[in-house]
Design a protein around this ligand. Structure first.
Ligand code: ATP
Ligand code: MG
Ligand code: MG
Ligand code: MG
Length: 562
């Protein structure tokens, strides 16, 4: 491409709103432009890099046996109602109505759509397993869109969904995709770590996030300094200091509550309590502690069951802390699918429950006047805090250290949750109807691109790893008034293209300083400069990554490149 014809609006100054490196450089080097908060145009250079990232992802997904599809962005409300996420996703789900006043959502994720699709198309175990994926814009009305592409409201995601007739088969595909993810992030040259993640109320146990280690990351990773243990801090068990908290149970009014609560009742109840400002409650379920956190003021939003993984204590977070530790997960779902018995464990949990339930009695469960010991068994007084640096690692090896991470990928074993909600079943080898067992696998494509810039950008500009560079070479002609140089540059431009390379050719009538500046900003790793040496048949080569520079004879260019 001739640079004179390309839309590359580089900037001298960084726009004030850009706080972090990737955002600043993407704007400054003319890769992206903002249209609205969290909504960006990809300009020609940005689009080229995006396609390279997509290419890596496609190659590895295809290699892992996944099939590419494209599902609709506009999705009828019914399927979201069926899974309950129409209610639980709250403000994050972008909603619209068609001309007949029928409600729709813009795709924030595609479990509902893909499960509905497969439900109608696959009826027998003989067709299983398979994995579908797509690369498509997603819409989430984030509470705090920020950092440019890192947290957008419209952003590019690769999402994949696998369907199985057994958990063993799910395990296999999960591992295959875990490996594919590792290859993808290796090829992007990212410094990442996979961590145990929070499955929220998704049912399944196994879930991993792929975190790029970065100071601007919004997640905190707790890892052992002497083993492989690494978890999102949301998932790291908290530490019980074993003391009774100084919280007095509230005065109770007249007793009117039945003693036993089934989990389903609590789940149903939660649906009603959400609008009443409840913060958090903790239960013990089948020997495991479950923290239910309700965030947000009066929005039916962000319910998250914190279903601890082999851990038996959790902290009740303050609302402020909760904001930090709970995000609406990939397909987070309302409180469903938990076992039958419930035991409230800490008395401040009970207090919250009491506070929350007073007034939550419209057509819900009348949990007014709940009393500890009478209505719930208080089995454990806990003084809990999150794991901290220096604590012993939960696996018993070494001590915990913290790092910040950017979540670029997230994989889940979903189990049968969505299939059950949407009635998606197949006939197993005994001719019996079974819900599909599913997995889901996301990558933030545009976020990963920004993470690459965050990791590799320097003071001068972009510094792309080989596989995602927007062009193979940047060819600069320093003097467009010198016929000899123009002729040589034109000829090299043609020659490189004939040899199959993608070349950005700076043929603009600009001063050399401007050209070098822009070239550094744009950050193509290999640069050829046609300058004064042209008359002797020499051009200059510069490697952006190593800073190494040398003169190359034009007649030996092909050998040089090899
Ligand atoms: P986060 O915790 O950052 O809000 P998430 O857990 O809500 O992310 P998932 O539902 O797991 O995100 O979606 C899959 C992937 O999509 C994430 O791992 C992330 O890389 C990407 N992603 C999610 N939200 C955004 C966003 N607002 N902007 C850009 N990428 C995003
Ligand atoms: Mg989120
Ligand atoms: Mg997350
Ligand atoms: Mg996630």
């Amino acid at each position: 491409m001739r640079q004179s014809n390309m839309l590359i609006p580089t900037l001298r100054e960084v726009p004030k709103e850009a706080e972090i490196k990737s955002h600043q450089l993407l704007l400054k080097a003319g890769y992206i432009r903002k249209l609205a908060s969290g909504v960006y145009n990809f300009l020609p250079l940005g689009k080229r890099v995006l396609r390279k990232v997509e290419k890596i992802i496609r190659e590895e997904m295809d290699r892992a046996g996944a099939q590419e599809v494209q599902m609709p962005t506009i999705q009828p409300a019914e399927i979201w109602e069926a899974t309950g996420r129409w209610y639980t996703m709250g403000g994050e789900l972008m909603r619209l109505k068609d001309r007949h006043d029928r409600p729709f959502a813009l795709g924030a994720t595609h479990e509902e759509v893909v499960t509905t699709l497969v439900k109608d198309e696959v009826t027998s175990y003989k067709k299983l397993p398979f994995t579908l994926y797509q690369i498509q814009n997603k819409f989430r009305d984030e509470q705090r869109p920020r950092f440019g592409l890192l947290r957008g409201r419209e952003f590019l995601m690769k999402d994949a969904y696998s369907f199985h007739d057994s958990f063993e088969s799910l395990d296999e595909t999960y591992q295959a995709l875990y490996d594919a993810y590792s290859r993808i992030f290796d090829r992007l040259n990212l410094n990442y770590r996979s961590v145990i993640a929070d499955s929220g109320a998704m049912g399944g146990k196994d879930t991993h996030e792929f975190m790029v280690l970065s100071e601007v990351g919004e997640d905190i990773i707790a890892y052992s300094n002497s083993s492989d243990y690494a978890a999102n801090i949301e998932m790291a068990p908290v530490v019980d200091q074993g003391e009774k908290p100084d919280v007095q149970p509230k005065e109770m009014e007249k007793a009117s509550t039945p003693n036993a609560k089934t989990m389903q009742e609590v789940a149903d109840y939660l649906g009603h309590a959400l609008a009443d400002g409840m913060k958090a409650i903790m239960f013990k379920v089948d020997g495991r502690f479950v923290l239910v956190i309700v965030r947000g003021d009066h929005e039916v939003n962000d319910v998250k069951l914190k279903n601890l993984y082999n851990a038996d204590i959790v902290e009740l977070a303050t609302e402020e802390e909760t904001r930090g530790i709970v995000g609406a997960g990939f397909g987070s779902l309302g409180p469903v699918g938990l076992p039958d018995t419930v035991e409230v464990v800490a008395d401040y949990a009970v207090k919250y429950l009491v506070n929350a339930t007073c007034g939550a009695n419209e057509d819900g469960y009348h949990y007014i006047n709940v009393q500890p010991e009478r209505d719930f068994q208080v089995s454990h007084y806990a003084d809990l805090r999150f794991i901290q640096e220096g604590d012993p690692s939960p696996d018993g090896q070494g001590t915990i250290e913290f790092a910040k991470g950017i979540e670029v990928g997230h994989i889940f074993k979903l189990g049968t949750l969505y299939a059950e909600k949407l009635g998606a079943e197949f006939l197993d080898h005994n001719g019996k109807s079974q819900p599909f067992i599913m997995g889901c696998y996301g990558i933030g494509v545009s976020r990963a691109l920004a993470a690459v810039v965050e990791q590799f950008g320097d003071e001068d500009g972009m510094n792309w790893p080989k596989e995602v560079r927007p062009f193979d070479f940047h060819l600069l002609n320093l003097n467009t008034k010198n016929d000899e140089q123009v002729e040589l540059a034109d000829q090299l431009y043609k020659q490189l293209q004939d040899d199959g390379y993608d070349v950005l050719y700076d043929d603009r009538k600009e001063r050399p300083g401007v050209k070098f500046n822009d070239s550094d900003l744009i950050g193509i790793p290999y640069r050829f400069v046609v300058g004064k040496g042209a008359s002797e048949g020499y051009i200059e080569f510069k490697n952006r990554q190593t800073g190494e520079q040398e003169d190359v004879k034009t007649s030996e260019l092909t050998q040089f490149i090899e």
